[in-house]
Design a protein around this ligand. Structure first.
Ligand code: RB5
Length: 149
């Protein structure tokens, strides 16, 4: 699976390990930066890059890393078609995909260490949307909110 990933300075410490994990798990990470840690850079810029990659289907899923995961999540969710969630546990990471069709995972490198982050990322990428009627119905309602406000 093609997975876009990006991080601001707050999320940067996790990025290289997660890119490597994705490669080792047979995925194709698309690293959208930052290429090096840039003190004072801005998480919306990275959320936008990942969100656009998912929107345009350049990537099937995305991962955005910032200090807490929260700012990245708020910014990513401004893009139509992006369903981002902050997940610092494996249950939310797979259930967010299975029930909610989450397509962008947000993590905070100031909150979670690299080993739990790896488990969370694997739970996320291995999960598939459950197309049961109730999940599709709820997703349709979310999409209607997105369309109509
Ligand atoms: C950057 O200092 C920090 O505010 C940012 O990475 C993120 O945590 C925002 O939610």
């Amino acid at each position: 699976m093609k997975i876009a990933i990006a991080a601001d300075h707050g999320g940067f410490p996790l990025k290289a390990d997660l890119v490597e994990l994705l490669k080792q798990a047979g995925h194709e990470p698309i690293d959208l930066g930052a290429a090096e840690c840039i003190a004072g850079d801005d998480y919306p810029d990275y959320a936008l890059l990942v969100g656009k990659a998912v929107q345009s289907k350049q990537a099937e899923r995305g991962i955005v890393l910032c200090g807490s995961g929260v700012g990245a999540c708020i910014a990513a969710n401004k893009l139509k078609g992006v369903r981002a969630g902050v997940c610092h546990d494996t249950y939310s990471a797979h259930q967010g995909v299975e029930h909610d069709d989450m397509n962008v995972l947000c993590l905070g490198a100031r909150i979670i260490g690299v080993e739990p982050a790896k488990e969370i990322v694997l739970a996320y990428v291995n999960a598939k949307f459950n197309t049961g009627e109730r999940y599709q119905r709820r997703l349709n309602k979310v999409l209607k909110i997105e369309q109509e406000g």
